[in-house]
Design a protein around this ligand. Structure first.
Ligand code: ZN
Length: 386
């Protein structure tokens, strides 16, 4: 399998060649300049107003041992267009060849966590499960599912990712089970008989017949033990999904199966979630999360030997982000700013978002657990709108 190892990444071998050539020239000239470079995004995908930074620990591990100082937003911090999310200070030669990997760690993971958070926000209290690992290279499944989870998904479908995070993987039943056993009633009964009773019984009700009739058959097969039904209705049969859900709900309710929840999967994104919320109790989200648009960060030098200096289209100088703990508004200020700026016009107190990540090659930022990061994301998510 042609994948880069951690050793390849750490050694700068995944770099774009032009960084290595730049380093070669600077080394030949013996140019050693202390610079500060920061990472910002000039536009968020689809006009998003906010995004979430993830991949922080990977960047810190990459920077560990290098003679540079890193300031960074803690994992899971919300930010906006133009905010410096990471700042590296040191001899440019010490980190030049790591730019490709730094951006790669941040762009994809932040994109996934941000999309998961948007789906979470759209779904309100309804369940959102990450089902999209199959869309991406399997070596990335723990990366995808972790970011989906810390972004706000309630569960993830792959075993390894769940194991690493110390959570129970979530799943229902595939069409294969129903096709092999011949009917939804049989598949539901056998699932109930054989699978550990701790796991919810969710029947997949779009395989052979209409969703309504298969839902009734599944409910009649195991009664109170049926937790929910999942509608993965193929695109060719979809028509009006909200109407289908409404009808399934009616037919289950009229037979006394009010407890059975309705889960929708198959091409679900935040837009469908908003449309189906009136009838659905939860969602399995695949491609929309796993293949989320990347956050296209750029790393640029903003200061050379203590003097503000940068390219066109970018603000020079070292910076800090101040965020009000009351109204959640944030502002980007020069690194040296008057203390009065810590008072927000709303009356609240502002705090600094960029925090020390590494000092003298050592990681100084504490690592929170995945569920702590997820809670941090969910608290911030209450402060923003879609
Ligand atoms: Zn405020």
């Amino acid at each position: 399998m042609r994948i880069a190892t951690w050793e390849d990444i750490k050694a700068g071998r995944v770099t774009d060649i032009y960084f290595q050539r730049t380093a070669e020239i600077l080394q030949a000239l013996e140019v050693h300049k202390t610079v500060t470079a920061d990472v910002t995004v000039s536009a968020l995908p689809d006009g998003y107003d906010w995004a979430i930074l993830t991949g922080v620990n990977d960047v810190l591990s990459l920077m560990e041992g290098l003679n540079v100082d890193v300031d960074i937003l803690p994992e899971g911090t919300f930010f906006r267009r133009g905010d410096p999310v990471l700042e590296i200070t040191g001899d440019y030669l010490d980190f030049a060849v790591h730019e490709t990997a730094i951006l790669g760690f941040l762009c994809q993971q932040s994109g996934i966590a941000t999309k998961a958070a948007r789906c979470r926000k759209a779904a309100g209290d309804r369940a959102v499960i990450s089902f999209g690992a199959r869309r991406m290279h399997p070596t990335l499944s723990p990366v995808i599912d972790r970011n989906a989870y810390i972004g706000g998904c309630d569960g993830v479908s792959t075993i390894l990712a769940a194991e690493i995070m110390g959570i129970i993987p979530s799943g229902t039943m595939p069409h294969a089970l129903i096709l092999i056993l011949g009917s939804i009633a049989e598949a539901t009964k056998l699932f109930d008989r054989i699978i550990d009773p701790r796991f919810p019984r969710v029947a997949l009700v779009d395989t052979l017949c209409d969703e309504k009739f298969e839902s009734i058959q599944a409910a009649e097969a195991i009664g109170d033990r049926l937790w929910g039904v999942r509608l993965d209705t193929p695109g060719s049969r979809r028509g009006d999904m909200a109407r289908i859900l409404e009808e399934v709900r009616w037919e289950l309710d009229i037979r006394g199966f009010q407890h059975v929840k309705l889960i929708v999967s198959g091409g679900v994104d935040e837009k469908e979630i908003l449309e189906l919320n009136a009838h659905a109790d939860g969602y399995g989200v695949g491609t929309a999360i796993s293949n989320a648009t990347t956050i296209n960060f750029a790393l640029d030098i903003v200061d050379i030997e203590g003097q503000p200096f940068t390219k066109r289209g970018k603000r020079s100088g070292r910076k800090q982000i101040l965020r009000c703990e009351s109204c959640f508004e944030s502002t980007v200020v020069p690194r040296s700013y008057p203390e009065a700026l810590l008072d927000c016009p709303c009356g609240g107190k502002r705090i600094e978002l960029l925090k020390p990540g590494t000092r003298g090659g050592k990681i100084v930022m504490e690592v929170d657990t995945d569920s702590e990061i997820r809670s941090f994301v969910l608290r911030q998510l209450e402060q923003v709108t879609l």
